[in-house]
Write a protein of this length. Structure first.
Length: 267
């Protein structure tokens, strides 16, 4: 069992940190979510979801304002982002966590919209592994700032070709000793193992998706919880296949994990 700790913003309904905490719990890990909730209907629904999924969020705080969210649509099997409020209340409130807490777990998940990058340097990445989800964030200055401190960098490249993804991986590997996981939607995923200087590709399962929200997060969660679990004896190809199957299963339910709900426009 891997202990997961997620000090991040709440994100949109089914956002990165929230998804990771719930998916890791579904996969048999102990997970904890720490974030900033607004005081709106969305926050109420998400808290109810976390209680149902038995994910601890007792260290999170609630403030006045709008919870973070993103609007997306499904187009040819892949997500297309329409609008984001960039984390909502998370932009004006910081998450505070003691260094001792950061070193008490096996794996910590951060992301590009978490607004808590300063916490990364407090973590001993030799004993506590750090996953950072850059999403489709392409700022090299951001990448250069984060890469020296993490163990696994994750990127969403649904709009890029395999050649572009491979070129990106080798470019980053020439400067940083970090493994890379690049999901590409319906085109599959690529894992770059730094110590082997090798890229392993896995195709996506051919399915007729009901809702792709959270599929990339499902892939990342399954991959990371197996990859960083020393008790699991599987090669990279097997781990990637498990992640592919888990991500595909999430595409067949409404919402990220079968808990989709409607939020009125004025809420």
């Amino acid at each position: 069992m891997v202990d997961i700790y997620i000090p991040e913003n709440i994100g949109y309904p089914g956002g990165n940190a929230l998804n990771f905490s719930v998916f890791s719990k579904m996969l048999g890990c102990e997970s904890e979510f720490i974030g900033i909730f607004g005081n709106d209907l969305l926050a109420k629904k998400i808290k109810e979801l976390l209680i149902e999924k038995q994910v601890d969020f007792s260290k999170s705080k609630t403030v006045t304002g709008e919870s973070g969210y993103t609007k997306v649509k499904l187009e040819n099997g892949d997500r297309k982002f329409i609008f984001s409020n960039k984390g909502g209340v998370n932009n004006s409130h910081k998450i505070k966590v003691s260094p001792e807490k950061l070193d008490s777990v096996n794996l910590i998940h951060f992301n590009a919209n978490g607004n808590c990058d300063e916490l990364i340097k407090l973590v001993n990445n030799k004993t506590t592994k750090i996953l950072y989800d850059f999403s489709d964030f392409s700022s090299m200055s951001k990448i250069e700032k984060i890469m020296p401190y993490i163990n696994l960098g994750c990127f969403s490249f649904a709009d890029k070709t395999s050649k572009e993804i491979e070129s990106f991986c080798y470019k980053i590997s020439n400067r940083f000793a970090c493994d890379l996981l690049c999901t590409a939607g319906s085109k599959g995923a690529y894992f770059f193992e730094n110590k082997m200087n090798k890229i392993t590709y896995v195709p996506a399962n051919k399915i007729d998706p009901k809702d792709t929200m959270g599929a990339g997060d499902a892939f990342i969660t399954c991959f990371a919880t197996e990859f960083f679990n020393s008790s699991i004896n599987k090669d990279i190809q097997e781990i990637l296949k498990d992640a592919t199957d888990f991500a595909a299963s999430q595409c067949m339910v409404n919402g990220s994990f079968g808990n989709g709900f409607k939020i009125p426009e004025n809420n």
